[in-house]
Design a protein around this ligand. Structure first.
Ligand code: TYM
Length: 328
């Protein structure tokens, strides 16, 4: 069985972009693969976090994993910080990562741009992400398009390690969906939908109420003209809304286009809002149930145990290959 690992940051509320680009695929992969999905709290602190908010968001994201359809019996669901091997391998790999490689990361450039005090953690973030993936000897890593560059660095680091110290790590493949790998902002289709945007109207969160969803979609930007056609070059805004429609309804882009042939933006957006509301309704119901049950702590404890068992073995072989003296 192939191993699958991915993670989501507990910073702010999760968006439809996180769901379509990543979580939906976690759920789809869980039955055929050995899966590890984590809430990456160690990554979240690369920008300042309020402790109470971090605690709340961490539990919320773990609950959203379950609400989206992940089954703890199928996939290990855990907090990154509960498995200390992440931080440890992260350090080992940091020593093997070149400054130039980290300087080229577009996520670092975006997040540090214009800031006066940039934490060193933000810079070495990709080495920790590589550790996350390599610890589980992951074959596949389901992510959205924006993580592609980090995956490439992870592959380079695994190759570098194996070359220097002998075959130890597995070189992972990204698993990036053909449709929905980059859901764009509702107010500007040249930017990706992001929970950190200052304009809350530009993204839909998984916990938005039906009325909030309707309002955001009715205000979403549209292109000139009135036809519902999928054309990313000339109609980026409408194409993005069609992608969301397809992903939330299960229809293909072609089917969506055919269904709205001859209709205008108004009718399309009205239906789109209902499609999104309906897709999120069962998730929101399940989220409320799991939060009130308090069960999430048991799920995370069990997940961390299963994850640790695998991670410890890899960490041990890495340290052995590098020449660390065994504790005996
Ligand atoms: P994060 O928390 O920013 O996002 C979680 C996942 O959601 C995807 N995503 C999107 N997909 C489509 N359209 C969008 N607008 C959109 N926005 C976000 C992201 O690509 C990601 O898959 N560095 C990672 C977390 C991480 C990780 C890992 C991932 C840490 N360690 C190991 C995989 C394996 C991040 O910041 O994702």
């Amino acid at each position: 069985q192939q191993r699958v690992l991915s993670g989501i940051q507990p910073s702010g509320k999760l968006t439809l972009g996180n769901y379509i680009g990543a979580m939906k695929n976690f759920v789809a992969l869980q039955h055929e693969h050995e899966c590890f999905f984590m809430v990456v709290d160690l990554h979240a602190i690369t920008v300042p976090q309020d402790p109470a908010a971090l605690r709340e968001q961490s539990e919320a994201v773990a609950a959203l994993f379950i609400a989206a359809g992940l089954e703890p019996a199928q996939a290990a669901i855990f907090m990154q910080s509960h498995v200390p091997a992440h931080a440890e391998l992260g350090w080992l790999l940091t020593t093997m990562t070149y400054m130039g490689e980290l300087e080229r990361m577009t996520q670092f450039k975006d997040k540090s741009e214009g800031k006066e005090a940039v934490g060193a953690g933000l810079f070495v973030y990709p080495s920790l992400m590589a550790a996350d993936i390599l610890l589980y000897k992951s074959d596949l890593v389901p992510v959205g398009d924006d993580q592609k560059q980090h995956l490439e660095l992870t592959r380079d680091l695994a190759g570098r390690f194996n070359h220097r110290y002998g075959d130890t790590l597995v070189i992972p493949e990204p698993f990036i969906p053909k449709v929905g790998a980059r859901i764009m902002s509702l107010d500007d289709a040249s930017k990706k939908m992001s929970k950190s945007s200052p304009n809350a109207g530009s993204f839909i969160t998984l916990l938005d109420t039906p009325d909030e969803i309707r309002k955001k979609i009715s205000r979403a930007k549209t292109d000139l003209g009135r036809e519902i056609v999928f054309d990313v070059q000339n109609k980026p805004e409408v194409s993005n809304l069609m992608t969301i429609y397809a992903q939330c309804s299960g229809l293909s882009i072609e089917q969506v286009q055919a269904a709205y042939d001859g209709q205008g933006y108004g009718a399309f957006k009205k239906d789109l809002a209902e499609v999104v509301v309906q897709a999120l309704e069962p998730l929101q119901q399940k989220y409320a149930d799991i939060r009130s049950s308090g069960e999430i702590h048991n799920i995370l404890r069990d997940g961390a145990e299963r994850a640790s068992a695998v991670a410890e073995v890899t960490l041990h072989s890495v340290k052995d290959a590098m020449g660390f003296l065994p504790r005996g």
